[in-house]
Ligand binder design. Structure first.
Ligand code: 39S
Ligand code: MET
Ligand code: ZN
Length: 757
């Protein structure tokens, strides 16, 4: 058979970024050793470079034609770009080098870090650039050095990844006037492209995910002017978008002066837009066909129909993951404990690289790909026969009526029957320090050095210590501390049938912190009580109320890898049923309060506002389904960090939780004001201190904050709590902080008594 050489160079493959934490979390370990003072900067940087090199080699060996480089980061790539561009707030002026880098990431001796935020609908936290009145000089030398290393390893295959100037602006906080910032930054990007050109770079990726936001049109002129300037340098610019479609902005984006546009074909309506409006002849399409946000192998037949449509419009295309692969783990083949039929249909980053090559082969020489594609079809068939179907759960969902989503009495009447506490009741959000001693217990259990009974006894000892501390500190509503949980989502995934959990499938959440999202691979059902044992242990040790502690259905969905054969709504409702039974069991075991956490409710909002109502309607229903089983006298709490609520307050009300605890401290009570402005009637715990900082909050500081609460809400609505769980803190920090918090509540109680006399 003769080969068409032209066909060999067409349909190239490209990547848009790779995981960063290291296959065995080498970067996490190196960072934490450095922060503990157990290693030095040189060792840290060397580890970073070794991990980066291994990523390049993996992609090179997989045959990727255009490898995105420069996205490796010691903490967060947005922080890296802030520093390259000279976006350095005044308060960090006294620092330099790595010290400044980590001060901006994590704070330093009373100097607060940059804010962290989830810009998009993922569980990854970005640092928020603060554009000061005056920029520091730009310094691209670290980035350029990375480019040179990549060129040595990869030659022309290395394509620098650049955080887009308009996306950066769209997501920053400002002291400088915005349009001035836009123009100063644009000059710096021009300078960067110039310097890259001098290194012999021919092509760059500029990532502008903000183009998929509902408000992208407001920035149209900025995009046009910026790309006009950047195009002057003469590099081939790949304008990269992902996470959703371009919507109404499709046409003008296609006219920007760039060499190529990358679109995500795994989410949103880009395929329809492509069909409707076509694709410019002079541009290359970066086709995001392999899902970079989920862990399933490609479905050859689904993909074929997508490919047919795309190639009907343009054949000037590259095959790509839909986004950076940072959202998926490294290698499915490393997992040893998953059932074979499931393992066979899993695709993590390394498998996705193979899939890209397979698709390229399929387009160039169809017959050469057929055996592999047929094998994948067979694996999916085998998986379908294997994946658990639960008729009982399906029928139960079908039988549901609106009554099942309704608490038996309205809030005002429930309130009469619920526990009476002092004003300004104090509590915590659930977790207490996950010390390395606690984690080692699980390592020993796994190795067989501890029996299940010994493990449970050791957990119970932690619970006892935790209850005793809370009692002594004078907290009003206690928690057991969540010591038995690796993670609030993974733990429930480990208990529920229809969920699989992994050994090595870590995904970075922020900095050195990672999660192993569990995998939903069939109908979800509860096979036994999940939290009752630890609840009972805790409640048996105190006369005070212990809150039962559950992770809500929406958060379970948003922080897991989900099925693609049924809707997210249906998966959430299945989980809600399991939680509903757990609520009933906790109640039967004596729980007077049950907290159902929904920190990911807000994050799951679609990026386009026109899709919000659809999401919120099922998301709130799922929460209600899990909670509504509770008797009126049982108080239902929920907790949300990341909680700008102003725009969804009516949905928050519809949750109908008796008590809502929220994050606040980094956002100056804004969330509280949103709630009070909206006339929220139920109880609110407006976090009185920031758990993400190691600083011990002073009593006075929390008193001041509570006073803001009193000025805006009736005392009867106010709770006192930290703004999130304490698992990442140490006992040294937690003990004095909570004592001060209780003290602050007491100060407020006295003041209220005085004013009532
Ligand atoms: N899923 C999820 N998403 C979330 C949050 C959350 O709590 N869960 N919170 C918000 C902030 N995100 C966070 C994400 C992760 C962590 C976190 O602390 N992660 C831990 C891992 C937790 C875990 O799974 N621990 C396991 C495994 C721990 C481990 O690393 N074991 C060592 C050995 C034990 C040792 O010697 O320490 C090893 O395997 O090498 C356990 O406890 O069993 C970490 O990165 O360190 C914190 C916040 C938003 N998103
Ligand atoms: C990210 S929200 C955390 C809620 C959980 N109950 C905890 O305290 O850790
Ligand atoms: Zn939280």
């Amino acid at each position: 058979m003769t080969r068409d050489t032209n066909a060999q160079t067409r349909f190239q493959t490209a990547t848009l970024g790779y995981p960063r934490i290291g296959k065995s979390r080498e970067l996490k370990k190196a960072l934490e050793a450095f922060w503990r003072g157990q290693s030095n900067a040189e060792t840290l940087i060397q580890t970073q470079h070794e991990i980066e090199l291994s990523h390049w080699q993996t992609q090179q060996n997989a045959g990727i034609d255009r490898i995105g480089i420069g996205d490796m980061s010691l903490y967060d790539h947005v922080l890296d770009w802030s520093i390259y561009l000279g976006i350095i707030p005044e308060r960090f002026a006294a620092f330099s080098g790595l010290e400044r880098y980590f001060a901006m990431a994590r704070g330093n001796e009373g100097i607060p870090a940059l804010e962290m935020t989830k810009w998009f609908d993922t569980n990854y936290h970005y640092l928020v650039p603060e554009i000061p009145e005056h920029l520091q000089p730009a310094d691209f030398s670290d980035f350029l050095a990375t480019v040179r290393r990549a060129q040595d390893q990869l030659g022309d295959r290395a394509v620098p990844i650049i955080l887009g100037p308009v996306t950066l602006l769209r997501l920053s906080r400002f002291e400088m006037n915005q349009s001035q910032a836009a123009s100063e930054l644009c000059d710096r990007y021009v300078q960067l492209l110039q310097e890259l050109k001098e290194l012999g770079v021919a092509e760059v990726q500029i990532h502008e995910p903000a183009l998929v936001f509902g408000d992208a049109a407001n920035f149209k002129e900025n995009y046009q002017a910026t790309y006009q300037s950047l195009s002057q340098i003469g590099l081939a610019i790949q304008l990269v978008t992902y996470f959703d479609d371009l919507g109404d902005n499709y046409s003008w984006v296609m006219e920007l002066p760039v060499a190529g546009v990358s679109l995500d074909f795994t989410r949103g309506r880009n395929l329809e837009l492509l069909q409707q409006y076509g694709f410019p002849e002079d541009k290359q399409l970066g086709a995001g066909l392999v899902d970079a946000r989920n862990i399933w192998k490609i479905r050859p037949d689904v993909l074929q129909s997508t490919l047919d449509i795309i190639t009907g419009v343009t054949t000037n295309l590259r095959l790509q993951p839909s986004a950076s692969l940072q959202f998926v783990p490294y290698d499915a083949q490393r997992e040893r404990k998953l059932p074979e039929p499931l393992l066979q249909v899993l695709s993590f980053a390394e498998q996705k690289l193979e899939e890209l090559q397979l698709l390229a082969t399929h387009l160039r020489q169809p017959q050469e790909a057929e055996t592999s594609l047929e094998a994948i079809r067979g694996q999916w068939q085998a998986f379908q026969d294997f994946s658990p179907v639960n008729q009982g759960v399906q029928e139960r969902l079908q039988r549901l009526s609106s009554q099942d989503l309704e608490r038996p009495l309205p809030y005002e009447q429930r309130l009469q029957q619920q526990p009476v506490l002092p004003p300004f009741p104090t509590t915590t959000i659930g977790s207490f320090p996950q010390t390395s001693d606690v984690r080692k217990l699980r390592v020993k259990l796994k190795r067989g050095d501890l029996s299940q009974a010994e493990y449970e006894a050791a957990i119970d000892a932690e619970i006892a210590k935790c209850i005793q501390f809370q009692d002594e500190a004078g907290l009003d509503v206690l928690v057991h501390g969540e010591f038995e949980r690796t993670d609030m989502v993974e733990f429930f995934g480990q208990q529920l049938s229809g969920f699989a959990f992994t050994e090595y499938a870590w995904v970075q959440s922020y900095g050195s912190r990672c999660v192993r999202p569990p995998i939903i691979y069939g109908d979800v059902a509860r096979t036994q009580a999940m939290t009752v044992r630890e609840f009972k242990v805790a409640q048996s040790l105190t006369d005070k109320i212990v809150k039962g502690m559950l992770t809500g259905p929406v958060t379970m969905i948003n922080w897991s890898f989900t099925r693609t054969d049924i809707s997210r709504r249906e998966q959430a409702m299945q989980i809600a049923l399991a939680l509903r039974d757990e609520v009933a069991d906790l109640e039967a075991a004596g729980a007077k309060m049950v907290q159902i956490d929904e920190p990911a409710l807000r994050e799951g909002l679609p990026l386009k506002p026109e899709r919000w109502d659809e999401y919120l309607s099922w998301a709130v229903d799922a929460f209600r389904l899990s909670a509504a089983i509770a008797q009126p006298q049982t108080q239902i709490h929920t907790h949300m960090c990341y909680s700008e609520f102003g725009d969804i307050i009516e949905h928050i009300e519809r949750l109908d939780a008796d008590v809502l605890s929220i994050e606040n401290s980094r956002s100056n009570n804004e969330t509280l004001f949103e709630i009070t402005d909206a006339g929220y009637k139920n109880q609110v715990g407006n976090g009185v201190y920031d758990v993400h900082s190691p600083a011990v909050p002073a009593t006075e500081q929390m008193v001041q904050q509570l006073k803001t609460g009193v000025a805006n809400l009736p005392v009867s609505q106010i709770w006192v709590n930290p703004d999130c769980g304490l698992k990442t803190r140490s006992w040294d920090e937690v003990i004095p902080s909570l004592k001060n918090m209780v003290e602050a509540a007491k100060v407020l109680r006295q003041e209220v008594e005085l004013t009532q006399k």
